[in-house]
Write a protein that binds this ligand. Structure first.
Ligand SMILES: Cc1cc2nc3c(=O)[nH]c(=O)nc-3n(C[C@H](O)[C@H](O)[C@H](O)COP(=O)(O)OP(=O)(O)OC[C@H]3O[C@@H](n4cnc5c(N)ncnc54)[C@H](O)[C@@H]3O)c2cc1C
Length: 387
């Protein structure tokens, strides 16, 4: 057996073009210069400075898929995936560019009125307005049709009352898409999406929530008390919100899966390096077959997931990715990420539990992947419905 076989270079990924890879180089430089050196400070502060969004916007790293007519870069999901991967590579879990660019902005681009698109989208592409989406409420998360925040039509305005919780970028948000009930008797057919701007009277930001991971993310409570917004702030059709959500959620799930894949790859490499260096009982940790075998198994599983998630990226770029395929990517990716990162942490011993080591922070950050964007149980339900 050749135990000294040199590691082969990774297989080239066919999903990206040469132009995508040039874009990756630019994004990597931006991340290494503007994000990675500061992320620990932002974790302590519990928030990423708005200035970072403006810098990213100025360099074309926000809203890459948005039509240039509205200030976007006119790219495809490949560019979006590269941004997600480069942030995941340094575990910049607080920098919610993907939420802004690939989850919030698409609702506005697809469903807002022309006037609102022209007003908001260029500022969102420039990083001057940070977007958030508020679905979850204290009494409701997975069951979106049970939303209680109400929006009642009053002349040329919607009047919104209710509260939301766990909202990513809640403090930084300049624009929030609020999931509201506009016809309380109609269940899922009574849900609408309404945009609320920061500073609108009656809209207040509550606590920045303390979490067990993703410490640089300003996950927050939001409150709406007789908030009046013009009827033009309706995003899409009145009572059509549930349908719009179902149409956009697969992309959100793919975003989470893409992040999981890079997180696993990066942490595997770091764990291999650590275990080869760390000496115990006169051997490196890597020399123990129990760990070497786990790393080998991890390598094989991650390689398999990479093929699946790249196929999902390619299919999504062709407009062919189904809801259940995206659900499968999120389910498998985040479950595998949690299991493998836990193994990797174990191989670091006590250092794995120290916040100064990346593996510990990545492990804690990864936990939410099985919960947000639809929990693993909800993903299984989505897949099961198609059986
Ligand atoms: C860090 C973080 C960031 C978040 N960001 C946002 C955000 O930006 N915007 C936003 O709107 N929300 C956000 N969320 C909320 C997140 O999407 C919800 O927490 C998630 O959808 C689950 O809802 P819940 O917490 O109410 O759990 P519940 O719905 O109460 O679920 C509790 C348990 O029941 C299980 N369950 C639910 N339905 C089923 C079923 N049909 N079959 C079997 N089991 C089921 C769940 O899987 C879970 O295990 C965020 C959450 C966190 C933690």
């Amino acid at each position: 057996m050749d135990t000294n076989a040199a590691a082969r270079p990774p297989r080239p990924r066919t999903v990206f073009t040469a132009e995508h890879e040039m874009f990756r180089e630019q994004m990597r430089r931006f991340v290494d210069r503007e994000i990675a050196p500061f992320h620990r400070d932002w974790e302590r502060a519990g928030i990423v400075p708005r200035e970072v969004w403006r810098k990213a916007g100025a360099q074309g790293f926000l809203c890459t898929m948005l039509d240039p007519e509205y200030g976007g870069a006119g790219g495809d999901f490949g560019h979006a995936a590269i941004i997600i991967e480069e942030l995941a590579r340094v575990n910049a879990s607080g920098v919610a560019f993907q939420l802004h660019s690939d989850i919030v902005v698409p609702y506005i681009a697809a469903y807002a009125s022309e006037a609102r698109k022209r007003e908001w989208l260029p500022k969102m592409a420039a990083g001057e307005i940070i977007g958030a989406i508020a679905m979850t409420e204290p009494g409701m998360g997975s069951d979106l049709k049970a939303v209680r925040t109400s929006a009642v039509r009053d002349g040329d305005h919607w009047v919104i009352n209710g509260s939301k919780t766990f909202i990513s970028s809640g403090q930084n948000a300049g624009l929030v898409i609020v999931v509201c009930k506009t016809d309380p008797a109609a269940g899922r057919r009574g849900v609408s999406l309404i945009a609320v701007e920061e500073g609108t009277p009656g809209f207040t930001k509550g606590r920045k929530l303390e979490k067990i991971g993703m410490h640089a993310q300003d996950t927050s409570e939001l409150f709406f008390e007789d908030v009046r917004v013009p009827v033009e702030n309706l995003i899409g059709e009145e009572n059509g919100g549930f349908r719009h959500l179902m149409h956009q959620l697969p992309q959100e799930r793919l975003v989470i899966a893409v992040r999981a894949a890079t997180s696993m790859e990066t942490m595997l490499e770091k764990t291999i390096a650590y275990t080869k260096e760390r000496q115990v009982f006169g051997h490196s940790v890597f020399d123990f077959q129990v760990h070497r075998f786990k790393l080998a198994q991890a390598k094989a599983e991650i390689a398999m997931f990479r093929v699946y998630v790249d196929d999902c990226i390619a299919r999504h770029m062709q407009g062919e990715l189904s809801g259940e395929e995206a659900a499968a990517a999120k389910l498998l990716g985040t479950e595998m990420q949690n299991r493998l990162l836990d193994d990797f942490l174990q191989m670091h011993g006590g250092y794995g539990y120290m916040a100064e080591y990346e593996i510990g922070r990545a492990w804690a950050d990864a936990r939410v992947g099985r919960i947000y964007g639809g929990s693993s149980e909800v993903m299984r339900e989505i897949i099961a419905r198609t059986l």
